[in-house]
Design a protein around this ligand. Structure first.
Ligand code: DGP
Length: 113
């Protein structure tokens, strides 16, 4: 798997506005925010996309969701928020390292584009 820009952020090879980190994951502000709050949460394990999640990743995925809930609380997204995971070309995925978009601070439209 080619090294992605997110791996470079994990390795501190390029800068990012990091809002949370632990042994398993990293959260940082999206460089092209689509909402007043737009944070990306990524596992440190280099999983390419939803399609590459293995059975053994179940505990990690649970940790990521619990971290999203804590981040939303810390970022004061009391009125609600949206979590988006794009997968593959038609899903709009542009970086091949699994990531959760946490978007908030404005009302979201539905259906998404
Ligand atoms: P997706 O389209 O779901 O693969 O989203 C990738 C997101 O990653 C996109 O919203 C822009 C963001 N992004 C790409 N490169 C960088 C970067 O170097 N730094 C940061 N902070 N975000 C990036």
């Amino acid at each position: 798997m080619a090294e992605t820009v997110f791996q470079k952020i994990i390795d501190r090879e390029i800068p990012a506005d990091i809002v949370y980190e632990d042994d398993l994951c990293l959260a940082f502000r999206d460089v092209t925010p689509q909402a007043p709050t737009h944070v990306l949460l990524i596992p440190k394990k280099p999983i390419e996309s939803i399609d590459q999640i293995a059975d053994e990743d179940a505990e990690l995925l649970g940790h990521l969701w619990i971290t999203i809930r804590k981040l939303a609380n810390e970022l004061n997204l009391d009125a609600g928020y949206r979590v988006v995971v794009n997968c593959g070309k038609d899903g709009g995925q542009t970086v091949d390292h699994l990531h959760f978009h946490l978007l908030g601070g404005r009302a979201m439209a539905w259906p998404p584009g």
